[in-house]
Design a protein around this ligand. Structure first.
Ligand code: SF4
Ligand code: SF4
Length: 133
């Protein structure tokens, strides 16, 4: 199975080799979708693949290590009323989930292409994009 997780790191946890350990100790494949982390902490969005039991054990390991873990259950949503169709998100979305409709000149959000990397969330001026957890 696969699951996406938002990880929050405090300063103590920020130097831990957590992605290495999830792979080496629990046999999980870890795809880092987004990372904003330094020595004082930060946030990471990862996609974890493996056996359900291994994912559960891996999440327990993260929590015991002091890492905040929140599963992403529903992905990313756009508040269509807040979106000004400024286009900032188009070039930064790695999967082309945000594209310009050449006829209407509006930005379309194709949810089925979104991998919840979170890049658009901080970049969107009116904060129209949000991760649903
Ligand atoms: S950056 Fe935000 S406001 Fe601009 S087009 Fe994208 S979702 Fe809409
Ligand atoms: S979170 Fe935003 S930038 Fe990332 S894939 Fe989804 S729409 Fe694109």
């Amino acid at each position: 199975m696969k699951t996406k997780l938002v990880l929050n790191f405090n300063p103590e946890a920020s130097n831990l080799p957590i992605t290495h350990n999830l792979t080496a100790k629990y046999g999980l494949l870890v795809n880092i979708l987004r990372a904003e982390i330094d020595e004082v902490g930060g946030k990471m969005v990862i996609e974890v693949s493996g056996k359900a039991d291994s994912i559960k054990t891996g999440i327990s390991y993260l929590k015991e290590a002091g890492v905040g873990v929140r599963p992403i259950k529903e992905g990313v949503r756009r508040d269509d009323e807040a979106c000004t169709h400024c286009g900032v998100c188009i070039s930064i979305c790695p999967t082309k989930a945000l594209i310009l409709d050449s006829k209407t000149h509006k930005v379309i959000f194709k949810e089925e292409k979104c991998v919840a990397c979170g890049v658009c969330i901080d970049a969107c001026p009116p904060r129209a994009m949000e991760i649903l957890i």
